[in-house]
Unconditional design. Structure first.
Length: 153
């Protein structure tokens, strides 16, 4: 039995066979590659790993980000709540938030558990800087139950 299947069986999860392991990479269409590369590298602190005339690869921890020059790239935020949440160490949150807030437009005020800053990148992609993880969020929900919310252990 494969390790993932054995672990799922032990955890009480049903065996659905092969499954997605996690996030591989994110590609964002951008209208100005130099501007976007500078934002992700200089403002957010990503490491530039490769660049070419139509794109760039950047890295932040285990996150691989591809920026792709696209004449159809958005120039305003999408109207829904879809966004990318980026992990930030609690100890770094205040300093990083101050630096980013000085250079990026906010799109939402934080009303959730954990420290969060909601900003737009130069093309209007919605980003969230978040200190915390799924475990801390679920612990918060267990401590603050709400009607209709079910936490699966």
């Amino acid at each position: 039995m494969a390790a993932g299947v054995a672990e799922a069986a032990v955890a009480g999860e049903p065996d659905h066979g092969p499954a997605v392991r996690g996030l591989n990479h994110i590609t964002l269409a951008v209208s100005d590659l130099a501007r976007s590369t500078a934002f992700y590298r200089d403002v957010l602190g990503f490491v530039l790993r490769a660049e070419w005339p139509e794109g760039a690869y950047l890295e932040a921890g285990a996150l691989w980000l591809c920026l792709s020059l696209d004449p159809l790239a958005r120039t305003t935020p999408h109207p829904d709540y879809t966004h990318i949440a980026l992990d930030v160490a609690e100890a770094d949150f205040a300093a990083l938030s101050a630096r980013i807030s000085a250079q990026a437009r906010l799109w939402k005020e934080n009303r959730s558990e954990g420290a969060s800053l909601y900003v737009l990148d130069p093309d209007g992609h919605k980003l969230e800087l978040h200190a915390g993880d799924l475990r801390s969020r679920l612990a918060h929900y267990r401590a603050h139950p709400a009607p209709g919310r079910v936490i699966h252990d």
